[in-house]
Design a protein around this ligand. Structure first.
Ligand code: C5P
Length: 153
């Protein structure tokens, strides 16, 4: 009983919910149109609200990264995308999660802030000038990678 109890506490510290058996992967999309990338402004949680991110979310059990990305962008932005090459290196998040970014081609729809506060398109020059403090911490390291992709489009 003690061992079980200790295990529950340890697991609870590592994850929000020990019954959550989903993969520990999070995927984010760099949707690029006409040389600009879409960033979305988070509405939650409180400590990240107002900060900008590449939109995305948790991978569900049995889901590929590509399928998760397509689903998340449909849910969050009401648009259809086709995931392509990865961007930058994976980033370790609190709670044992790992965040991956992919270029995603816009197939149809207009990305709309259905769950975010706002969405905005950034050129490489605008990204370079953007205050890093306004971007969620995990996504900041990707700015040079995103600029390189944009410079190449
Ligand atoms: O968006 P969601 O809350 O599902 O994301 C799961 C986790 O991944 C959260 O901790 C969130 O802060 C993080 N995340 C991130 N950068 C992104 C997308 C999600 O740090 N572009």
């Amino acid at each position: 009983t003690f061992v079980t109890f200790a295990w529950m506490i340890a697991t609870r510290a590592a994850r929000d919910d020990p019954r959550d058996s989903r993969p520990l992967d999070v995927v984010a999309a760099a949707i690029i149109v006409d040389g600009r990338v879409l960033l979305a402004q988070r509405s939650r949680p409180a400590e990240l609200a107002g900060r900008w991110e590449l939109p995305g979310g948790r991978v569900e059990s049995g889901e590929t990264h590509a399928a998760a990305l397509t689903r998340e962008i449909r849910e969050e932005l009401g648009a259809e995308v086709e995931p392509a090459e990865s961007v930058g290196s994976p980033v370790a998040l609190p709670g044992g999660l790992t965040l991956y970014a992919y270029v995603a081609r816009l197939r149809s729809g207009t990305p709309t802030a259905l769950e975010h506060l706002d969405v905005r398109w950034f050129s490489a020059d605008e990204l370079r000038l953007f205050d890093a403090a306004e971007i969620v911490p995990a996504d900041r390291d990707w700015i040079p990678d995103l600029c390189a992709v944009l410079d190449g489009t």
